[in-house]
Design a protein around this ligand. Structure first.
Ligand code: IVH
Length: 667
């Protein structure tokens, strides 16, 4: 073949591979056996290797993931990527419907779609070629993840028409791929992903596109960015059909509805069918169909008035409460945990749920042997919702807290004004192990590979008595432990060694001094620069620091005022643990997020995130968490039952976000 013929053949192969790939990945109707596809691909790779100038941008070989990136470039979306308002029940839906009717009358229809639980993506095409793909980011600016997106087979690299457009969709990981991936990760001793959404997001945020390529991701596109009318379309329904014609994968379960009752029926149908879908959905999206109507309805600051997202309530299941286990924490507080007959909830098997404290057990009248309803708060943390009293066939004794510590048997104390019962024996083995677990945890020394089980074993075997002993552990000692391989032991020794370089605030927080949280540890470290200086500080010096109160000052002084603690600090120092503040601050220069540089106050009860998670995420994006609302506050995040801080924010005219908004912005 001469070069002209070769070029012809390459084009032909590209076309064949596109067509067969489209049939397989988008239509789910394979045209040819896999072996034939592989044959075409092999031939193409052969020619491309010999003549790299014949590699076209849309060649299927460009999907496999080539270069490792240094970082992701920022992309400003041509049209902002908005989020949707939420509806949680029939009442919210009726309100939504009423508002629409008040604005555009009764002659309109809705399109209902599944709300795919993945991450929002924008895809840009120029003259039919895929040129850029980006994450949502803050809605205005996202990250360029083109190379990763190219590895998704259901994203066409070339459209069936040579047009320029931007489309929006949801990238996701099918349930089956998620399960396989987690099995692999478990086998490799890697942390499992909590759900397919995190797995998809984690895969697309990898700098090495080969990782995304190996993850079997897919996408459903659900809208044209900007003005659909520019493509001679006059409704959302038409736009979806048009996207199909261009070669995209849209979700076929969509349905036109002419009343809110029909919408409700669609919701009910998918609430039942949801477990049978091969991908996760977290709700139903309801959109007014015609563009003309959408334009009349317009937008609020953050979302269109013509659409809303109905969110499924958390899945609730019934199981038996087998026992109530009591654990002693690092500060001696007793926490009851429900031991449940294992049951599948929202994708994982649940066998335990925290009961928080005695009051909660009493309030909900939870008794061992009861049938209980459980769910996962925010789809992650298992909790007992209520007891099914009708199922309590025989009289069960009310649960009583013990009078003595279940671990060291010393008498339990209830400190005045506190709900919790406490073991106050400083030698209590449970408190010591929990203290060590805290010391190695992510927000403290962050020692990878030192999980709770390993710490417990080390303590039981007498290999560690306090945190300083961690730094004398040898590989030979670690290998003796159950389920500790050669590789894990080597890695663990290296991780312990590396942790010696941590800045002072991590060590200080890790010591677990009462009232000294992460933030206080940072302030104290910045202020004193060195653990020895801090150990010598007087209450007056401490109180003089802004944000350090009397209670904390007393706690710090009395902590360092014992021989054991002085000895411990001396040991840590002689073992080479850094005890000075090396001041590693978050590098703000790379960040460009709505929360970057902002002072944020969290108030009220968050449902889906813990405070700690919210705080960490905001700080990672370069935001600062403040304790009280002032003129300097940029954003107040108000959870349920927010009180005076929310009031103050309103008075000062400070923007207030609910938890949903925060989660949207963090996505
Ligand atoms: S329409 C103007 N349709 O849900 C907003 N969104 O807040 C257009 N999502 O993260 C969004 N499935 O990525 C729309 N069928 C669907 C969707 C969907 C999932 C996600 C979207 C965004 C969130 C909406």
């Amino acid at each position: 073949m001469d070069k002209v013929q070769l070029e012809e053949r390459v084009k032909e192969l590209n076309q064949l591979l596109h067509d067969t790939g489209y049939a397989y990945y988008v239509l789910d109707q394979p045209l040819v056996p896999d072996a034939v596809y592989d044959q075409y691909l092999k031939e193409l790779i052969g020619i491309e290797t010999e003549f790299p100038d014949l590699i076209f941008a849309d060649s299927p070989t460009q999907r496999v993931g080539g270069m490792i990136l240094q970082g992701f470039q920022k992309v400003t979306h041509t049209f902002p990527m908005l989020s949707l308002s939420n509806a949680f029940g029939r009442e919210d839906l009726d309100d939504f419907d009423r508002r629409i009717r008040a604005s555009i009358g009764d002659d309109f229809s809705y399109v209902c779609e599944l709300k795919i639980d993945g991450l929002a993506i924008s895809l840009s095409y120029e003259n039919g070629l895929f040129v850029r793909g980006a994450t949502r980011g803050d809605g205005r600016v996202g990250e360029d993840i083109t190379e990763n997106l190219k590895t998704i087979r259901s994203i066409p690299l070339r459209l069936k028409k040579p047009i320029t457009l931007e489309v929006r969709g949801e990238a996701y990981m099918p349930k089956k791929s998620f399960l396989t991936l987690n099995e692999q990760r478990m086998a490799n001793e890697e942390e499992k992903f909590a759900n397919p959404r995190n797995a998809a997001a984690g895969s697309l945020r990898q700098l090495d596109p080969k990782i995304a390529a190996s993850r079997n991701l897919s996408i459903f596109v659900y809208a044209i960015g900007g003005d659909g009318e520019a493509y001679q379309l006059d409704s959302h329904g038409q736009a979806l059909d048009y996207l199909d014609d261009l070669g995209f994968q849209t979700n076929k379960e969509r349905q036109t509805c002419h009343s809110i009752d029909e919408v409700q029926a669609y919701i009910e149908k998918w609430t039942t069918e949801r477990p049978n879908l091969p991908y996760e959905i977290d709700g139903i999206v309801i959109k007014v169909n015609r563009y003309l109507h959408q334009q009349e309805l317009g937008f609020t600051a953050k979302s269109p008035r013509w659409a809303t997202a109905y969110k499924f309530p958390a899945e609730e299941v019934v199981t038996k409460l087998l026992n109530i286990e009591l654990t002693v924490g690092r500060t001696g507080v007793l926490t009851p945990t429900a031991i449940l007959e294992p049951v599948l909830v929202a994708g994982t098997t649940v066998g335990r749920a925290s009961l928080h404290n005695e009051d909660l057990i009493r309030e909900k009248d939870i008794r061992i042997g009861d049938t209980v309803i459980i769910r996962k708060a925010g789809d992650i943390i298992p909790e007992v919702v209520a007891v099914v009293i009708a199922e309590r066939k025989e009289e069960l004794p009310a649960f009583e807290m013990p009078t003595h510590c279940p671990v060291c048997e010393s008498e339990l104390i209830r400190i005045e004004g506190e709900v919790a019962l406490r073991c106050v024996n400083p030698q209590c083995p449970a408190q010591i192990t929990e203290g060590i677990i805290h010391f190695v945890s992510r927000n403290a020394m962050n020692i990878d590979g030192l999980g709770e089980k390993v710490v417990e074993q080390l303590f039981r075997e007498g290999l560690i008595k306090d945190v300083s002993d961690l730094f004398t552990l040898t590989k030979e000692q670690l290998i003796q432990l159950e389920r500790m391989g050669d590789k894990s032991a080597t890695n663990l020794v290296a991780a312990i060694e590396a942790s010696k370089l941590n800045s002072m605030e991590r060590v200080l927080f890790g010591l677990g001094i009462r009232h000294v949280g992460e933030k206080a540890a940072k302030i104290l470290s910045e202020e004193f620069g060195d653990m020895k200086q801090l150990a010598e500080a007087t209450p007056e010096q401490l109180i003089a620091i802004h944000e350090i109160g009397g209670k904390m000052a007393d706690s710090v002084v009395s902590y360092f005022d014992t021989d054991e603690v002085r000895e411990l600090i001396g040991k840590l120092e002689s073992l080479g643990v850094n005890l000075t503040y090396t001041g590693k601050k978050v590098d703000l220069s790379n960040l460009n997020h709505v929360l970057t540089g902002k002072t944020v106050v969290l108030t009220g009860k968050l449902e889906q995130l813990t405070r700690q998670e919210a705080k960490e995420k905001i700080e990672q994006l370069g935001g600062t968490i403040a304790g009280s609302v002032s003129k300097k506050t940029d954003i107040v995040i108000a959870g349920e039952d927010a009180g005076s801080k929310l009031e103050k924010a309103k008075t000062l005219g400070i923007p207030v976000w609910d938890e949903e908004r925060l989660i949207e912005e963090l996505k």
